[in-house]
Design a protein around this ligand. Structure first.
Ligand code: PMP
Length: 450
C-alpha cells in the first residue's frame, strides 16, 4: 500500500534524496510521455525523470532492443570483445563533429565528468579547472567541486581544491543583462543596455572571466573549463550569445581544454541542434553525456579526440559496467529512435509552441518573470515582482507546482532560489500535450492570485 511504501522508504533508503511533492507520488507505470500512479491516475510528465527519458517511457523500440539483448548476453566487461560496444561507439561518434571520435562508456553523468577531469589533467599536465557559478556537473567527490551551488555541497575537505568558479553569465538574475543576451528566438521583457547589436552583458561577463585568469589562476596552469550549454539544475540558464565561444577561446589561449557537459542538452533536446554546444559554435575537446543517452538505462559517455585519448594509456583504466551489452543495445536503439521519429524536429516544434505559450502568459501575469530556453529545454522563472526580479517565495512556488500535479501535469523545478519551473519532457510530447500543459499552468497561476 501507499503507507507501507512510504514507511519502507523512510526506514531503508538514504534520507539525502527527498522525493518531489508534499505527498510523494508512487509511480507504477510509464508509457511514452505519461506516468501512472498506484491508483492508475495519469500524468503528463514534463520532467522525464530529470531530463532523462528522452524518447519516451518504455518506448517499444527501445524495449524490444533490450529484450533481444537480454536473451543473448548481459555482461562481459571489457576483458572480452563484444561487437555491441564497438557498433554503438561508432554510431555515437558519428553524431559528433570534428575529431571527436574516441568513446569511453560509463554509467552516469558524474562518472563521465570525473573521467573528463582526469583526461584534461593528464593531457595538459595542469591541475586547475574553471566552471561557472550555478553549474551542476555531478555529486561525486571530484565532480561536487565542479558543481557550483551551495545546496549541493558537503563539507568534505579538498572538494574544491584547484577548482575556480567564474561569475555566472546569467542575463536575468545576474548583474548584467539584456534582451539580446541569448540565442533564444524569444525576447524577454527586461531592460537592455545593448546597442548596435553589441551585447554589453556578454562583454562584461567575458571581462569577468578574464579577470579570473588574471587574478585567481596560477599562470599557464589551466587544465580545463567545464560548462553546460544551457544550465539545467541551475534553472535553464542561457548565456549571452557568444559567451561560451569567447570563453572557449580564452581557455585554449591559457592552455586548457574546453569540456562541454551535454548531460542535459544533448541528443536533439535543444531542437535547433543535436548538441547544445553547436548552438554556441564551439567544437569542444571533450564532451560528456548521460541521462537522455540511455532513456533511463544507466549509461553515460565521454567522447574526445584520439590525441587526448592517448593519455589514458599510462596505466589501466576501465570500469566494470561501462559498455555493458544491455546498455549498448539501449543506447543504440535510442539513437535510432531519435532519427527515425524526428524527435529533434519535434523538440523544436513543440518547444517553440510551448515557449510562445509561456511568453504569452508571462506578459499576462506579473509573477511570471522570465521564460527562456529552446527546444524542449525550457525554464519559467517565477518572481514576487517582475520589475525587481525578486524570486517568488518557495512556498508560493510549490503551491503552484503542486496544483499542476493535481491537475495532471508533472513539472520539474530548479534554480538556486527554487523558483524555476523546468520543462524538459520526453521528446515524443505532442502539441496537444503542450496545450494541455499551458492550460493547467495558467489555471494554477490564476488560482494562486485569487
Ligand atoms: N551534469 C549535468 C549537467 C547534470 O544535470 C547532472 C545530473 N543532474 C550530472 C552532470 C550528473 O549526472 P548523474 O546524476 O548521472 O551523476
Amino acid at each position: 500500500s501507499y503507507e507501507e511504501t512510504l514507511k519502507m522508504r523512510k526506514e531503508f533508503v538514504t534520507p539525502s534524496a527527498i522525493p518531489f511533492y508534499r505527498k510523494p507520488l508512487l509511480i507504477h507505470k510509464g508509457e511514452m510521455q505519461f506516468l501512472y500512479d498506484h491508483k492508475g491516475v495519469k500524468y503528463l510528465d514534463l520532467f522525464g525523470g530529470i531530463v532523462t527519458v528522452s524518447v519516451g517511457h518504455c518506448h517499444p523500440k527501445v524495449n524490444a532492443a533490450l529484450e533481444e539483448q537480454i536473451k543473448t548476453l548481459w555482461h562481459t566487461t571489457a576483458i572480452y570483445m563484444h561487437p555491441k560496444i564497438y557498433e554503438y561507439s561508432e554510431k555515437l561518434a558519428s553524431k559528433l563533429p570534428g575529431d571527436l571520435k574516441v568513446v569511453y562508456l560509463v554509467n552516469s553523468g558524474s562518472e563521465a565528468n570525473d573521467l573528463a577531469i582526469l583526461l584534461a589533467r593528464l593531457y595538459t599536465k595542469n591541475y586547475d579547472i574553471i566552471t561557472l557559478k550555478n553549474a551542476y556537473h555531478g555529486g561525486g567527490t571530484s565532480t561536487m567541486g565542479l558543481t557550483a551551488q551551495a545546496p549541493w555541497y558537503y563539507p568534505a575537505p579538498g572538494i574544491k581544491n584547484s577548482i575556480h568558479h567564474a561569475m555566472n553569465p546569467d542575463p536575468y538574475t545576474g548583474i548584467w543583462g539584456g534582451k539580446n543576451c541569448r540565442d533564444s528566438p524569444v525576447q524577454t521583457k527586461r531592460n537592455c543596455d545593448c546597442t548596435h547589436g553589441k551585447c554589453l552583458a556578454e562583454d562584461n561577463y567575458i571581462n569577468q572571466l578574464e579577470s579570473e585568469f588574471k587574478y585567481s589562476l596560477p599562470r599557464g596552469k589551466l587544465a580545463a573549463m567545464f560548462a553546460e550549454s544551457i544550465q539545467g539544475v541551475g534553472g535553464t540558464v542561457q548565456f549571452p550569445r557568444n559567451y561560451l565561444k569567447r570563453a572557449a577561446e580564452l581557455v585554449r589561449q591559457n592552455g586548457g581544454l574546453f569540456v562541454s557537459d551535454e548531460v542535459q542538452t544533448g541528443f536533439g533536446r535543444t531542437g535547433d541542434h543535436y548538441w547544445g554546444f553547436e548552438g554556441h559554435e564551439i567544437i569542444p575537446d571533450i564532451v560528456t553525456m548521460a541521462k537522455g543517452i540511455g532513456n533511463g538505462f544507466p549509461l553515460g559517455a565521454v567522447v574526445t579526440t584520439p590525441k587526448i585519448a592517448q593519455v589514458l594509456t599510462q596505466a589501466i583504466h576501465f570500469n566494470t559496467f561501462g559498455g555493458n551489452p544491455l546498455a549498448c543495445a539501449v543506447g543504440n536503439a535510442v539513437l535510432d529512435v531519435i532519427d527515425e521519429e524526428n524527435l529533434q524536429q519535434n523538440a523544436l516544434d513543440v518547444g517553440s509552441y510551448l515557449l510562445k505559450g509561456f511568453e504569452t502568459l508571462r506578459d499576462k501575469y506579473d509573477i511570471i518573470g522570465d521564460v527562456r530556453g529552446k527546444g524542449l529545454m525550457i525554464g519559467v522563472e517565477m518572481v514576487a515582482n517582475s520589475d525587481t526580479r525578486k524570486p517568488m517565495e518557495v512556498n508560493n512556488f510549490i503551491d503552484i507546482w503542486e496544483r499542476c500535479k493535481d491537475m495532471g501535469v508533472l513539472f520539474g523545478k530548479g534554480g538556486i532560489n527554487g523558483n524555476v519551473f523546468r520543462i524538459k519532457p520526453p521528446m515524443c510530447i505532442t502539441k496537444e500535450d503542450a496545450k494541455f500543459a499551458l492550460e493547467v499552468f495558467e489555471g494554477a497561476v490564476k488560482n494562486q492570485l485569487n
